[in-house]
Design a protein around this ligand. Sequence first.
Ligand SMILES: [Ca+2]
Ligand SMILES: [Ca+2]
Length: 315
Amino acid sequence: MTDTIKSVVAVINGATLTLTYNSESGKYEATGVAPTASSFPLDGGYYPVTVTATYETGETTSVSDQTEGDIGENCKFIVKERVKPQIKINYPTNGQYITKAEDQFLDITLLDNVGQESGFSGVDLDSFSIEITEDQTLRADDFEVVEIDGGYRLTYTPPAEKILSDGHYTFTANVSDNDGNAADAVAVSCVCDSTPPELSVTSPVDGLATASSTLTVEGSTNDATSVPVSVRLTLNGRDMGIVALNEDGTFTKDIELFEEGDQELIVTAADKGGTKTTITRNFYYSTGVPVISSVVIEPNPIDHGATYTIRVEVQ
Ligand SMILES: [Ca+2]
Ligand SMILES: [Ca+2]
């Protein structure tokens, strides 16, 4: 008589599988369904498997992940989930105009638990990248990283030497989870523009005195990065509306002066990002005519060839 195998069982993730002898392969076999959760977060990154064989005599032998050699290695059961992580760029937002250096920062959320209570492998921070420009890509190390439920929140404030110059940018972020599932890349486009628009006012000139109730405002405007520019007029604190611009940025608008006296015209050009340039023109408007109240010639009459004086009173 020889020893006879009574049973071979495997315990995987708390579930017991009974293996049966396959005469074709000469091995004990069973078919199971892999756990739904990724093994990545587990100790060692695997489900430990224990296999126990029992003889009819009752003698048993067990192997597990703790067993040395190939058998131990093969008792480490690695299960991968297949759900992509998710990237959200909270700031800047798509289409945003960033007009101040201190507003140049990034705020990003990386999550691997969207739609999942558990079983996710988690965001692989080392796989994170965000391309800022062709020659500048940031990694997780460049960010302040805070762990949140299901992932991380990353914030970045550029050092002075990395402040972006005026221009149009597209930031593209990528990340994978710990089981190698790549997120759909997320991109936001924004405009950095801290330069106010150009503005010149050729009419009126400062210090103009006029008797006409119609004033022609003339000038030109442009912006290197954020067109179109809008031009608005304010006269003595009263909004006189937007000025239509020609294609080349020049403008002409007649406005009615509504009160006589000292006038203050403010011309404000704002680029598409809202950065403004202002020019103020002070001038004088009066329809009053001079009043001559007296004319005296002395002496009058006068001898021919003699010297006389003429005095006029005028206001
Ligand atoms: Ca995942
Ligand atoms: Ca600008």
